[in-house]
Design a protein around this ligand. Sequence first.
Ligand code: NAG
Ligand code: NAG
Length: 269
Amino acid sequence: MAPMAVALILGWWLVAASRAQQLPRPSLSLHPSQGVSLGDNVTLRCHLPRPAAWVWLYLEGRWSYAKYIDKKQDTTEFSFLSASHDQAGTYLCQYQVSESEDVSVTSDPVKLVLTDRSFPPPHISLHPEERVGTGTNVTICCWNKDYGATFLLHKDGRSDPIQRLVPDDVGAVSFTLFGVTPADSGTYRCSYHPKNYPFLSSPLGDSVTLEVTPTPAPPGAELVSRGNLVVAVVRGCAAALIFGLGVFFVIDARSLWIRRDESLGGEGI
Ligand SMILES: *[C@@H]1O[C@H](CO)[C@@H](O)[C@H](O)[C@H]1NC(C)=O
Ligand SMILES: *[C@@H]1O[C@H](CO)[C@@H](O)[C@H](O)[C@H]1NC(C)=O
């Protein structure tokens, strides 16, 4: 009896699966498509290739939500007022044309990454300099000692991050743009995913501007071996980090002095 039940279930599942494949895949989009902060309103739009009665929205590994559509439409919206931590994650949607028919395959996943402004923005520096000739290897260092788990390099005007890297123990990364061309000219910024929060992002940090002139880099530069370049880059990042820490201590020491002055002033009255 049991094997027969298994065979029936399997048969039903195979038929259902093959029918589901006949329904075209829906697509899911996010509005606004990027730069959504905690507390912002955000909408997920499931685009249906044919009018449907039911649409499901899934937050991968967490929950699903079904929505019944009275008047058949080709798009369904799911809106969050004031997006919270719980809503960050990977979303998928799926539809059913009518109750008697099968469910479609799921859409491609869409990630909702929320910017959490309580995380400090990362620091950035550029090496060897902001104006270089074509063919130079340019390095952009980003660091945030305490929080960064994965760093992203963004270029203004491009919707997706152009590179991502996991930092070393010091919490710094160095992105390399090999053999730059004038097309690499532009403004660059970093952000990071905080440790243990792959769907949260720090705010974007300060920017650096790269200007690549069409003239090739002086021939001397090409003689620098890869080993030397790596050493120079690591030194550059380390120097930037130490400088950053130095500034921090100076500011800290100053605030101590100011506090001391205030308390002395208070005693004087
Ligand atoms: C979110 O939407 C609500 C209702 O439409 C509106 O009152 C509110 O101002 C919006 N919030 C933001 C941050 O846009
Ligand atoms: C850039 O880096 C590549 C790979 O490390 C190296 O082969 C090349 O010589 C470097 N170019 C310059 C101009 O330093």
